[in-house]
Design a protein around this ligand. Structure first.
Ligand SMILES: [Zn+2]
Length: 175
């Protein structure tokens, strides 16, 4: 692969329809995809996130990257292409945020242990089980690929409150 410079993409914010559209499957595991994956990791680190889905940088592709170690552990860098949840167990409480909904964070119960099946950057299928933060990241990122955001799991009262605040920020040119 040519050494293309890494591109840091701006994060698409809530309100853009790409975030609420089901993403298309990844079919080509070529150099272009490898470059995109590298760009996604760098864009995620730049935004101080531990997970990023392709729609969040404007690509409606069934692709996400996760690094719950935030650069500490190279083996924690995961590429999820065409990922599916195979099983979910238990329950964890905790706060959840999203790079596409900056400044907000809400409590959201999620499964505690989640097993996924996905393809890596070379197209090889793998299965992985994650607990706690990784289980939460799996659920959050795979939701993104299905056009779903964490606010869709909140009560309509809570969600409407957030939407009103966001509308105000949009009007003020701060979104
Ligand atoms: Zn998110």
């Amino acid at each position: 692969m040519d050494a293309e410079p890494t591109m840091i993409y701006p994060i698409v914010k809530y309100g853009d329809p790409v975030l609420e559209t089901a993403a298309k499957p990844v079919t080509e595991f070529d150099d272009k995809l490898k470059q995109l994956v590298e760009d996604m990791f760098e864009s995620m680190y730049e935004a101080q996130g531990v997970g990023l889905a392709a729609p969040q940088i404007g690509f409606s592709l069934h692709l996400a990257v996760i690094d719950t170690s935030f650069k500490e552990d190279p083996s924690a860098k995961l590429v999820l292409a065409n990922a599916k949840i195979l099983s979910m167990e238990g329950k964890q409480a905790g706060g959840e945020g999203c790079l596409s909904i900056p400044e907000f964070r809400e409590n959201l119960a999620r499964a505690q242990r989640v097993t996924i099946r996905a393809q890596d950057v070379n197209g090889n299928w793998y299965e992985k089980t994650g607990e706690d933060l990784l289980a939460r990241a799996f659920q959050h990122e795979i939701d993104h690929l299905n056009g779903k955001l964490y606010i869709h799991h909140l009560s309509s009262l809570k969600r409407d409150m957030m939407k009103r605040k966001i509308k105000r920020l949009v009007r003020q040119g701060e979104w």
